[in-house]
Structure formats: C-alpha cells, structure tokens
Write a protein that binds this ligand. Sequence first.
Ligand code: PGA
Length: 250
Amino acid sequence: MRKKVIAGNWKMNMNLHQSQKLVSEIINGLGKDSKAEVIVCPPFTSLSEVSSLLKGTQIKLGAQNMYYEESGAFTGEVSADMLKSVGCEYVILGHSERRVIFNEPDELINKKIKTALAKGLKPIFCVGELLKQRENGETMQVVSRQIEKGLEGITAQQMKNIIVAYEPVWAIGTGKTATPQQAQEVHLFIRELVAKKFSSLVAENIIIQYGGSVKSENARELLSQKDIDGALVGGACLKSESFLGIIAAA
Ligand code: PGA
C-alpha cells in the first residue's frame, strides 16, 4: 500500500509573517494523527522560519525550485546545499510555471533532478500537457517525453526518492480539474512507463501525485483512484482550512 502524500505549493505567495501564520494553523489543525504524509513548500524567504516551526511535527519541508550547480556566480539562484541547510527534504522540479514562464527545458530539469538526488533532496518532479496538446491527442506523447528526458540517467535505486506529479497545465489555477478518470488514465500510463524504464517494483512503489485545481471538494474522488497517490496543491493550500480538508480526504 502506497502512503498518500499531500504537498502544498505556496508559489510566490506569503511573506514571512503570513508564512508563519499559515504553517502554525496547519500544524495546529493537523494534530498528530494524519495518515497522509504532508509537505509544505513555502517561498525561499520563509523556508528557514517555517523549518523552525515544523521541528517536532510530522510535516516535511520542500522548496519550489533550485539550480543544479553547487555554488558560484549564478545571481539569484539557490543551491541544493542551501536548501538542505534550512531543513528541506523535498524540492519541486519541472513545475509547468518553470517550464512555460521561465523556459526551462527537459535537459535543465534533468540536471536539477540529478543534483537534488546527489545532495540528498527528494525531487517532486512535475509533468503534464498543455491544453492544445490534450486537444491534439498528444497527452501521452508529451508526458512520456517529459518522463524519458527528465529521468535520463536516473537509477532504479534513485527512483525511491522521487515523487512524480502529474499536472495537466490546463487544470492549474484554472478551477478546471481533470476528471478522476482522465487523471487515472495518465497516472496508470506513467506507472507503466516507470515499470518499463526501471522495474515493476519501482513502479508499484512510486508516488504519483495529481495536481491542478485540487480542493477539498474534489480531493476525495481524485484520491480514491487506484493510481493517484496524493496531490500537489496550489491555490487551495494557501488557506489552512482548505489544505487541511484535502489532507483529511486522503
Ligand atoms: P493549483 O496549482 O492547485 O492552483 O491548480 C497546482 C500546482 O501548480 O501545483
């Protein structure tokens, strides 16, 4: 049985004070008996403080991005070591907003995944098709290219530390969720790809999250699908009540 993993991607929201308030509410609301694994991914500027507040809780800390080089003249970038030093265990890589707005290609994402793993961070590796690609019937082709290129050179052993998040781009921040059937179809496809590329054991154990307008109202049905092992939540994680509602549905 795979454990459900619910991650909140705060994106470019929450200043330091707001971050402290939100994470405190999540900690208090969650108590000690959450069945699901919970991850929060605040902006860089709040990581250190949120990390302190998370001490002694079961909630894990993740970052939203990083660069693949170890250190040096890369103005504005953040390294894996820096993220580790403030208590991050996870890092979101390949998010569609990085791919689309900041033009990150598969090759760059692959380098980031390799560095993250080498430094002991667990990537939450995002894939997903644009609306046009879905309409053209290219969903599986796009997802399979992203998986192939993003995971090039990764070993079966390393796959134990990777979460895949399927996020159809047309469902992100739009209020348009993929139907549980649409999502399940792609999740199964991803699991089969992983089985072919690595092994059936790796495929059985890998966590595949769904992301794209997940809220407490639709979480239960999505999360009850056989191959949906969790959620990567954007908008609905910015209010403790709705994020806690999604966790409770897991
Ligand atoms: P959303 O974002 O829940 O606001 O659609 C999801 C994501 O981008 O991870």
